[in-house]
Design a binder for this molecule. Sequence first.
Ligand code: NAP
Length: 259
Amino acid sequence: MDLGLKGRKAIVCAASKGLGKGCAFALAREGVEVTILARGREALEATAAEIRAATGATVRTLVADITTAEGRAAALAAVPSPDILVNNAGGPPPGDFREWDETAWQAAVNANMVTPIMLMRAVVDGMIARRFGRIVNITSTSVKAPIPTLGLSNGARAGLTGFVAGIARQVVAHNVTINNLLPGPFDTDRLRSVSANLAAKTGRPVEEVREGQRNANPAKRFGNADEFGAFCAFICSAHASYFTGQNVVLDGGAYPGTF
Ligand code: NAP
């Protein structure tokens, strides 16, 4: 299927690794000019080279911390009129809620709620004027079913989800859609660090913990970033203009609800 995205311009945040990289790859395969950003240059340049070699697409890089005002300004200066915005950033650390003081909460809310909202605010009017826009926020299944050790994520991302539910309905008449992709367990550095944390806490070998996590999933495996990216690309496609304000769970069926 041709997704009708050739020549579109995308900003993909936090995309040198993991799920952001998967999204950038899938968009580049569709002929989208992608600008990927991350804080570390080495992995970012390696990923850009990998995507260019595999797809022939134009891939630009930006070393920036997207959770800072300067980082967001640099992203918007690099791509002043994006057609597609994929919001993503590192997830907050796991722990017990008693450990998280006001500073920890402010950091989580800034990274996983305020940052995507500021970027949406900056790009949405241009998208409306051009009558095309696709915004995808990478959140987590924790907004649907809280993960006890990830309280900072449960809370901050729920705030973003509530905001998106409102604003998505205000812009869709202009062919601008805003949706959230909710990953369950995907095999990325982030998941590996969550597994390592659990292993350290329980005194079990990491591979045993990971085997248990895979077996606990109905699909008996972790997801991979390519399949995540393919979903993102479809939601960004020309065919998806009637799809907005949705929270799409990608978790191998782990969420047990009927809906
Ligand atoms: P990952 O493999 O660790 O990759 C994170 C990417 O984000 C890296 O490219 C990293 O590069 C970049 N990044 C992190 N903080 C950044 C910042 N402040 N500014 C710019 N770039 C930044 O993580 P992932 O698994 O893809 O996770 C992506 C998001 O999905 C996270 O918020 C995570 O909590 C959430 N999530 C993941 C899973 C899962 O199973 N993987 C499940 C639910 C939710 P630098 O470090 O060089 O900046």
